[in-house]
Design a protein around this ligand. Structure first.
Ligand code: ADP
Ligand code: ADP
Length: 226
């Protein structure tokens, strides 16, 4: 089944910049999709359009068959993990994870259960009472992921989440991400400009260049065909 279907998506910024130029792609349910391309090719603009942070100029976005092109962000069922994590500095790890559930007015028992489950899955038990400033980059990333995943989105977008980490930590976090992807059964869209990362992570690759989608296919076909 198709999870995400993007048709004719175009974004022209108010200053006239054509950042995304009539792109089409779709992602199958449960796939780990990597959106790749050089800096300035329109990856962030695409991501922000999917999540509803910026209005699109033209085109259609469907999630699970539902047209969400003009839906408000909070109704989209899409999680976004930022490059710099953006944890709330004044809340503990546990409170950071619970925050979105409170805003959705999920009742206290269910909140506690969902937070406990995700904390276990992410192996954050020993960190639940810590403040974000006490955490390493890898730990912060796990908290940022937990905070998105606890809302059980249909689609999780990750905006270069391993960009600032050293190589060893990056490899470790890649393995964690792949494990989580298997366990959570969620569709991932992971943005990067790093081809080696894409080859390690992706089921499917969407290659962008200069505002266009150049290729959208399995990792084998994108990188192994002549
Ligand atoms: P990437 O994420 O691949 O680096 P972006 O989506 O950030 O690419 O940018 C695509 C193009 O749109 C670039 O030319 C960039 O300068 C431009 N751009 C991004 N944001 C804005 C904005 N708010 N206003 C005008 N131009 C923008
Ligand atoms: P990223 O690619 O990770 O989004 P950038 O440094 O490209 O980071 O962009 C940071 C912010 O600046 C974003 O909000 C983006 O929309 C905005 N931006 C990027 N390029 C331009 C531009 N040419 N004009 C105006 N705003 C821009």
């Amino acid at each position: 089944d198709v999870a995400l279907d993007v048709r004719g998506l175009t974004k022209i910024y108010p200053d006239g910049t054509l950042a995304v130029d009539d792109i089409d792609f779709s992602i199958n349910d449960g796939d780990f999709c990597v959106l790749i391309g050089p800096s300035g090719c329109g990856k962030s603009t695409t991501l922000h359009s999917l999540v509803g942070k910026i209005p699109v100029t033209e085109g259609e976005v469907r999630l699970g068959g539902v047209d969400i092109t003009d839906a408000p962000t909070y109704e989209r069922d899409i999680g976004l993990v930022f490059q710099d994590f953006q944890l709330f500095p004044h809340l503990t790890v546990g409170e950071n994870i619970e925050y979105g559930l409170q805003r959705l007015q999920v009742d206290a028992d269910e909140r506690a259960e969902r937070v406990t489950n995700i904390v276990e899955m992410m192996r954050l038990e020993s960190l639940a009472d810590r403040q974000p400033e006490e955490l390493s980059a890898g730990q912060k990333q796990r908290v940022a992921l937990a905070r998105s995943m606890v809302l059980e989105p249909k689609l999780l977008l990750l905006d270069e989440p391993l960009g600032d980490m050293d190589y060893k930590l990056q490899k470790h976090m890649e393995r964690e991400l792949l494990r989580l992807h298997r366990e959570l059964d969620t569709t991932f869209v992971y943005v990067t400009h790093d081809q080696t990362q894409a080859m390690r992570l992706a089921d499917q690759i969407v290659v962008m260049n200069d505002g266009k989608v150049e290729q959208s296919d399995s990792v084998e076909r994108v990188y192994n065909e002549p």
